[in-house]
Design a binder for this molecule. Structure first.
Ligand code: TMP
Length: 213
């Protein structure tokens, strides 16, 4: 079972992924948590490059190829082996982030991005993708506060430093992309309490994997 989580900055993805991990473990499953960018050894180096605020001069294409390199390495070295070992893999961001950030956000052609994603994932698509949806003003404030609190404003703040209009395009992009991929992608409202959001995600997972009758 391979499940990916998506959304703009500050949706509470990290907290929810932890909750879902506990949920699967309580059902006797072994869970492997991972993320993009930075889910492999080489990927952690790429993550530093991709997210540092000093690297504002990355061109959209350079940025794209770094994310794809991170993904190719992550799938081959981490995700595929963990799935083959029988684990449930939960991943914080995956190929849909490329479509939405580099496509709807930066303006690169989404058909080209989908082809490049196909090459990077080498046939390994998620069984389910959950988009946590929230108003960008709320999400951005949460993400910026968190970066400051954790002392990561410079190291990881390149996207948070983007104008609010960029984040609005990302949110709309996610909703458009979800509507085009209804078989795999579900949207969960992430504006209420963490507990409510968890219940929503759990309902989606149960309907997808454990529905009876
Ligand atoms: P995060 O791990 O804190 O969510 O930060 C990752 C950032 O990288 C986030 O702003 C989204 C961005 N991103 C892309 O632009 N394209 C991608 O393919 C991925 C995986 C992430």
């Amino acid at each position: 079972m391979f499940i990916t989580f998506e959304g703009i900055e500050g949706t509470g993805k990290t907290t929810q992924i932890q909750n879902i991990k506990k949920y699967f473990e309580s059902r006797g499953k072994e869970v492997f948590l991972t993320m993009e960018p930075g889910g492999s050894r080489v990927g952690r180096e790429l993550r530093k490059m991709l997210l540092h605020v000093d690297n504002k001069d990355l061109t959209p294409l350079t940025e794209l190829f770094l994310y794809l390199a991170d993904r190719a390495q992550h799938v081959a070295q981490v995700i595929r082996p963990e799935l083959e070992a029988g684990k449930v893999v939960l991943c914080d961001r995956f190929a849909d982030s490329t479509i939405v950030y580099q496509g709807y956000g930066r303006g690169l052609d989404t058909t080209m991005l989908q082809q490049l994603n196909e090459a990077a994932v080498a046939g390994l698509w998620p069984d389910l993708t959950i988009i946590l949806d929230i108003d960008p003003e709320v999400g951005l404030k949460r993400a910026t506060d968190r970066n400051i609190e954790e002392g990561k404003a410079m190291d990881e703040g390149r996207f948070e430093a983007e104008h609010i209009s960029f984040h609005k395009r990302i949110r709309e992009g996610y909703l458009t992309w979800a509507a085009l991929n209804r078989d795999r992608i579900r949207v969960a409202d992430a504006s209420s309490s963490p507990n409510d959001v968890f219940e929503r995600i759990k309902t989606i997972i149960e309907a997808r994997f454990f529905a009876t009758g």
